[in-house]
Design a binder for this molecule. Structure first.
Ligand code: UT7
Length: 336
């Protein structure tokens, strides 16, 4: 490891002390979608790898979906909500623009007075929020931080648009970061974005609603819209590049990595990134078949399941890599 870039001289760094998740009960299968839009189970499975996704009940807020995940993560960390210094929310579909999902969750948990705010980095949100948490912990400004990714994407999906409605699902997951001694935890993060590709993936803006100067209402513009094919190409290239960069600057090769945990958008993207990195299939975590693209929640949901399956045990090195609207992307290395 290169101490100048990723090692941080063995100082305190963020380690995951608890994980939690919460997936809505309701499953929407490809067969269900066949009755809603002009699509087939065969097209969705072969083009995306997705078989089913979860959909939250109408009226559930992002904070309500997040709360059980947060409580589970806190319980594992042995921390009461009052022990939190900070809550960082990551969501591309907040229930309302403000207050933040983190503030709503603070109220749900009874974690009064700690700092609470959201980061907006779309599907890269967990990597971004975790890097922010790590920075606060490393400087000593905070000791216990809850990062929670909660995505109820279904209300901003145009259920008549087959190109997008088959892809996304709802879900939440949370991680409690605490100050560790440096032997395990977040070793390094790289965050990238390029706003010039902003219109590749958009949605949910209040700016399309009535304005004072020019009353207008275009609900179509409120829906998630994606230039799928262009996004696909940038996603593969950016994720492979940033993953290679973070390995190189920490003195690791693919052989050192035990598990790649990529954002779960499309099996073909996941496989292409794995191939570009020269990773054998068994080192690449996949659960997109069961949850679809849960945006910022996809990586912590994957971490939760990977650990449950015994694939993340103490000492293992995980490479997280994400990509999303913004465009944003990033990678982090976690020594489990
Ligand atoms: O999480 C944030 C990042 N998101 C992503 O990374 C997603 C990136 N993009 C993708 O995963 C893929 O581009 C998609 C899954 C969205 C689309 O796959 P594609 O192989 O890029 O297909 P395409 O958009 O080029 O469309 C191919 C054909 C089109 O028909 P024509 O024009 O060839 O006749 C589409 O109309 O497939 C058609 N199509 C569908 N057919 C059946 C698009 N969606 C569907 C559908 N069912 N659901």
């Amino acid at each position: 490891m290169n101490p100048a870039r990723g090692g941080h001289g063995g100082a305190a760094r963020a380690r995951i002390a608890g994980l939690g998740w919460n997936l809505p009960e309701r499953r929407l299968t490809n067969r269900d979608l066949e009755t809603m839009v002009d699509t087939t189970d065969e097209w969705i499975t072969t083009r995306t790898g997705i078989r089913e996704r979860r959909i939250a009940n109408n009226g559930t807020t992002a904070a309500q979906l997040a709360a059980p995940a947060a409580r589970e993560a806190l319980a594992e960390a042995g921390l009461a909500p009052s022990g939190l210094d900070m809550i960082i929310g990551a969501t591309l579909a907040p229930t309302r623009t403000f207050p933040s999902t983190a503030c709503d969750l603070q109220q749900e948990l009874g974690a009064a007075r700690c700092a609470a705010f959201d980061v907006m980095a779309a599907c890269s949100g967990f990597i971004y929020a975790s890097a922010v948490a790590d920075s606060f912990i490393r400087t000593g400004a905070a000791n216990n931080i809850l990062v929670v990714a909660s995505e109820i994407v279904s209300p901003i999906i145009n259920w008549k648009d087959r190109a997008t409605c088959v892809l996304f699902g709802d879900g939440a997951a949370a991680a409690v970061y605490t100050a560790g001694d440096g032997s395990s935890g977040l070793l390094d993060s790289i965050l990238r974005s390029d706003g010039s590709f902003g219109d590749f993936l958009t949605g949910g803006g209040v700016g399309e609603r009535e304005t004072f100067a020019e009353p207008r209402l275009d609900p179509g513009r409120f829906f998630l819209q994606m230039k799928g094919n262009q996004t696909f190409k940038v996603a593969v290239k950016s994720m492979a590049e940033v993953a290679e960069e973070i390995l190189a600057r920490n003195g690791f090769t693919m052989d050192d990595v035990d598990l790649i945990v990529p954002h779960q958008a499309n099996i073909r993207i996941i496989q292409a990134v794995g191939k570009a990195l020269g990773a054998p299939e068994e080192k690449v975590f996949v659960n997109v078949d069961r949850y679809g693209n849960t945006s910022a929640a996809s990586i912590p949901i994957a971490l939760y399941e990977a650990r449950q399956q015994g694939r993340l045990t103490p000492g293992k090195l995980a490479l997280l890599v994400a990509f999303g609207g913004g465009l944003t992307w990033g990678a982090s290395l976690i020594r489990w």
